[in-house]
Design a protein around this ligand. Structure first.
Ligand SMILES: C[S@@+](CC[C@H](N)C(=O)[O-])C[C@H]1O[C@@H](n2cnc3c(N)ncnc32)[C@H](O)[C@@H]1O
Length: 180
């Protein structure tokens, strides 16, 4: 009796946490224009990482990092880089923190709105966001980032900047590389 009551309570708590996550996600996507949570496929990440030459001590950001798949791949290939993931949404943030705490990873995950993070120390920035966010963030990149910072955006180009390079993963999937 007591055991089934406890199990029911745990299931109810899980359901409430899930429901809350979806309500918050829905609100952020609909009313704040945030990109939804969708992971970059590992095939795409590998293609991008193969294009990069991250110097020792360079600072790499993944903006809206989700489970930080990009940073994990960078850490494997360039273990001396400083890696920072920014994620606003609780659930992906929690999963990323949990996964990284079980490894020796030095990736730092910060729960924050990307627009409230100062990017002046960035050398590389990876984004998989949405059109609206890329439109808003272009000015922030121009105002804050130093010359030479490389911006990599999957699927959504910056509205006015000319990419230095575009990689076609397949017909409908492109990666845009920019040098500030
Ligand atoms: C399309 S997913 C990409 C996840 C991960 N970067 C990847 O490529 O696998 C976009 C992520 O950005 C987060 N996000 C969207 N807008 C954000 C904002 N303004 N500040 C912080 N995170 C944001 C979402 O919660 C979501 O996890």
């Amino acid at each position: 009796m007591w055991v089934s009551f406890t199990i029911m309570t745990i299931i109810e708590i899980f359901l409430i946490v899930f429901a809350l996550f979806f309500v918050v996600q829905f609100f952020n996507i609909l009313f704040r224009g945030f990109a939804p949570y969708v992971s970059t496929r590992s095939e795409v990440i590998n293609k991008i990482v193969n294009e990069l030459d991250v110097k020792e001590g360079a600072t790499v950001y993944e903006l809206g990092c989700g489970k930080a798949g990009f940073l994990k791949a960078i850490e494997e290939k360039f273990p001396k880089a400083k890696l920072i993931g920014i994620e606003y949404s609780f659930w992906p943030y929690f999963v990323a923190k949990l996964q990284l705490s079980l490894t020796e990873s030095k990736i730092k995950i910060i729960k924050k709105n990307i627009f409230k993070v100062n990017l002046s120390d960035a050398n590389e920035i990876y984004c998989y966001l949405n059109r609206r966010t890329m439109e808003r963030i272009e000015k922030k990149f121009e105002d804050e980032c130093k010359i030479g910072t490389e911006i990599i955006s999957y699927q959504f180009p910056l509205p006015t900047k000319q990419p230095a390079k575009i990689i076609e993963v397949n017909k409908n999937h492109k990666v845009y590389f920019y040098n500030l």
